[in-house]
Design a protein around this ligand. Structure first.
Ligand code: HEC
Length: 143
């Protein structure tokens, strides 16, 4: 991703400038225009490559991060019964039958389950805050 931005920037810096302007003011305008075009192009590239909405990002992540290796997760797959099925999880009042099923608790559960239930067999998985947000957003759709 970042390499694309770098390439784009480099291409823009090398772009042949408009016919050599005679007055200094015009040159500034040409630079400004090129700069703006650069920003627009980079934003377009970023938008095209960036993650889509958090729910679909979360659906993708539960597969990529191994959650489906232990859980059946509707919309994402999995056929293991090591962990409980997450079908209808968003309608459950509690996490593992004990902890109120709030957004914050769920985020904490996913990052560090044993901090909420010492001795639990669900492992902590290394996830960035953005990944946690996306996974929580997706799990909350499993009504
Ligand atoms: C190695 C297997 C394993 C992996 C990988 C795993 N889990 Fe779990 N998960 C469990 C187990 C086992 C439990 C039940 C723990 C308990 O009752 O102490 C659990 C419980 C849960 C619960 C609570 C379910 C309920 O019925 O209350 C959620 C939500 C959950 N996991 C989400 C995830 C997510 C999201 C991921 C991926 C980031 C993940 N798990 C990865 C094994 C796993």
């Amino acid at each position: 991703m970042s390499f694309l931005v770098r390439i784009t920037n480099r291409a823009l810096l090398r772009a042949p400038s408009a016919p050599t302007p005679r007055r200094g003011g015009d040159r500034h305008l040409v630079r400004l225009a090129l700069g703006l075009a650069g920003v627009a192009l980079v934003s377009a590239v970023l938008a095209a490559c960036g993650p889509s909405d958090p729910v679909s990002e979360g659906r993708r992540l539960v597969g990529q991060k191994g959650c489906t290796g232990c859980h059946i997760i509707p919309g994402a797959g999995g056929n293991s019964s090591i962990g409980p099925s997450l079908a209808g999880f968003a309608s459950r009042p509690t996490i593992v039958g004990a902890i109120p099923n709030t957004r914050e608790n769920l985020a904490q559960w996913i990052t560090n389950p044993s901090s909420l239930k010492p001795g639990t067999s669900m492992p902590s998985l290394p996830l960035s805050p953005a990944e946690v947000n996306a996974i929580v957003a997706f799990l909350q759709t499993l009504k």
